[in-house]
Structures are given as structure tokens and as C-alpha cells.
Design a protein around this ligand. Structure first.
Ligand code: AMP
Ligand code: ZN
Length: 122
């Protein structure tokens, strides 16, 4: 938690372009956006991955889900968006503090995952 980059953003020790903040969650623009709208919503408490979520985290994680739509619309994604939570090694998570990516338009996004030959059931 000391060294966690997103905890440092919560504490104001490193800067972010803030989208929204309340007692439980913080939203800020992704530093390397992949679409015109790309921001992250995080719980203020340190939860490493979505796989570590527990009942005591329901308020913060619920807020993240219910603020996604209003914040996406506020940022200009009024025709829809994609919400992604990468989790753990298989999910290719880079920053180990739970965060939901909100990614959007105006153009439709590419397919989420490319189906591989090995995914086929023969
Ligand atoms: P993930 O692979 O889901 O862990 O993605 C981590 C995301 O955090 C990436 O999209 C990064 O661009 C973003 N990121 C890393 N450091 C910062 C930062 N200081 N401010 C904003 N976004 C960041
Ligand atoms: Zn953290």
C-alpha cells in the first residue's frame, strides 16, 4: 500500500486528472488513453485485484458500478462504453489496486477479445 501507485494518487502524493471523488471512490483519466474517453474508477481502500474482493468492499465496489454510467456520460460517452477490470496475471493486470477502465466512443470499439483457433470446441 505504501508503494501502490493508485494509493499514492488517492493520497495526493502523485498528480492525476480527476474526474470524480467521494469518500469511497476516485475516478481519474488514464495516463495512456486508448480511446477518446478512457478513465479509471478505483476504490480509495487498497484492494489488490477483483479476485480479492470481500463483503466489506461492497459499498465501494457497488459505487464504482453505479457511477460508471453517469461519469461516462459526463465525459461524452453518451452512446455506450466498455467497462473492463483486468484481474491478476491471467487478466494482464498491471497495477495491483482494483480499477475499472471506462472506455468509450464516439466510434464503436473493436471487439473485446479475438477468438483463437484453440478456443474452438470441435
Ligand atoms: P491494468 O492493465 O488494468 O492494470 O491497467 C493499468 C492502467 O493504469 C493502464 O491503462 C495505465 O495507463 C494506467 N496508469 C498507470 N499509471 C497511471 C497514472 N499515474 N495515472 C493514470 N493512469 C495510470
Ligand atoms: Zn493501492
Amino acid at each position: 500500500m505504501e508503494d501502490c501507485i493508485f494509493c499514492k494518487i488517492v493520497r495526493g502524493e502523485i498528480p492525476s486528472r480527476k474526474v470524480y471523488e467521494d469518500d469511497d471512490i476516485l475516478a481519474f483519466h488514464d495516463i495512456r488513453p486508448i480511446a477518446p474517453v478512457h478513465f479509471l474508477i478505483i476504490p480509495k481502500i487498497h484492494i489488490p485485484t477483483l479476485g480479492d474482493a470481500a463483503p466489506g468492499h461492497q459499498l465501494a465496489l457497488g459505487k464504482i458500478m453505479t457511477m460508471a454510467g453517469p461519469l461516462a456520460r459526463q465525459q461524452g460517452a453518451d452512446q455506450g462504453f466498455r467497462a473492463i477490470i483486468n484481474s491478476g496475471k491471467v487478466g494482464l493486470q498491471e497495477v495491483y489496486h482494483v480499477h475499472m477502465h471506462i472506455i468509450g466512443g464516439p466510434e464503436p470499439l473493436p471487439p473485446m477479445l479475438v477468438r483463437r483457433r484453440t478456443d474452438r470446441v470441435e
